[in-house]
Write a protein of this length. Sequence first.
Length: 613
Amino acid sequence: MKTRFAPLALLLTAVAVAITLRAPRNTSEYDTTGFGRLPTLVNGRVKPLDTVARTSLLVLQGRQRVTTFEGRTLSPGEWLLDALYRPELANTYPVFEIVHPDILALFDLRTDQGAGGKRFSAAQLSPKLAELDRQAKLADEVENAQRTTFQNGVIQLRDAVVLYQRLQQSLMPAGDEKYFDQIAKLPAAVAGPKATGMHRPADPEAAKLVLDLSREFSVMDTDGYLRPVPPETQMTDVSRWNTEGGSLDAAVASGHFNPAALTFAELGRAWRDRQPEAFNHAVASHRTSVEAGMPTLMQKCDVEARFNSAQPFYTSMLLYVLAFILAVISWLKWPDALGATGFGLVAIAFVVATAGIGARMWLEARPPVTNLYSSALFVGWGAAALCLVLEWIYRNAIGTAAAGLVGFASLLIAHHLSMGGDTLEMMRAVLDSNFWLATHVVTITVGYAATFLAGFLALIYVFRGLLTRSLDPKTADALTRMIYGVVCFATFFSLVGTVLGGIWADQSWGRFWGWDPKENGALILVLWNSIILHARWGGLVKQRGLAVLAICGNIVTAWSWFGVNMLGVGLHSYGFMNSAFWYLVAFVITQLAVVVVASVPLAKWRSFAPSVR
């Protein structure tokens, strides 16, 4: 039984992972999957509509699935179609997350009125939107670091409502249920035999139709979130992509309609009138047209939509948790079978995460680390790679447990960072250098990953010593050598990455070093790792002391990685995040608490692990 457990468990895991990688299928007669793969320009990047749907839902409610009050589950694509073309129905879906009691009171809402006690519909919010806007404007006047949780909440909700409203203005005007019937008459009215001058028809009825629609087109062009209409030539020129309203308004003036604009109107008519055949035909027609003009970009949209559906990092996160649990149990029972299974799970999780990072690199045409989100992915990936090496050498499940801890923690951080919207965002101008992103940024991030790994290995050392009797002399010695080796690795990469960052700074800003908070954080990281090594070399610390210093390294790394980005000053600051700040404080407190616990008198440690020095 024990000998067959690992192969069977890993085979079943591989099959389950393979199932998640299958191409998504439509759950209805509408080709919503094909619709989700259609491209649109948003914030300077061409992306599939599936990405727009998923990132918008993350901003609105922190998750990608939608469940109506009646219990019906919608895919992201179905929700987006309703938001774009059936706003009166979409307004009844509970997609706005509100957890602050004062914000609920602002809308006269109770938790029992929301789905899951915290998600509410646009219809429930609409009576008090003016008050929300007033409160948000008052909060805007307060500096980020000084805002209360209520002020941060109303700003976040206001921005979510604005995003939702802009989505609804993208492909049809709000409140005009006859819009698509009017659009069907527009080409004939504009190009009819009675048209005069700027293609304004002489027929009074047709002239009124054109005038009314032109006003609506102007609003859609100004307020719309999507730019889904590519030019008929030179489609890859993103500066020429247009909004639906802007394209139709230009057609009224010129008399020539972009077929893509009319296709999106036909999609809307088919979706509203529940005509699946017409809907599917419009999706296929637009795809064929776009694919002929920009096949590479269409291929990227297909891959990105497939990537979104597979959710490789979510899969990896689950596997890391399972691997950690098996590793811990293996210290107590079935060490060979459970240890081998845990190691295999980490290997599968690592392969899945590698594929996910590789897909992101191909989509962006960038190195793996371009923003905070991707840095969290890479920290977990780098730590897992080191853990696989450690486990291959020592075969004691410690590397597996550390991989599970760091992998899960880093992917959890990445998940929360994804709540801000598109994680494949356009690069800041100063960061737009693939060479330095591939050298300095990757190198310094490897330093972060290694320092964190050393700290988490030290946590395993402390908790195994205090909570179990499994920290025997052999295990304690192995853990100490792991921590020491990883700290050496971290010191090298942190130092090289910091020097490379100075060279990049000299090229970008004209000075090698300016005592910027981020630069100081990198220097502190190098100095702390150097302190650990010198303390060990000089005999100032032994096993337990090395572990305590490595745990302090978690605090230093967290500050260097995240803390300096939230100060609101310096050339590397990405903005104060109130929730992230308190999570950072909580993490620091937990690490300090472990340091205090690890400093208890040696005699008490010996009661659990007599050989610990």
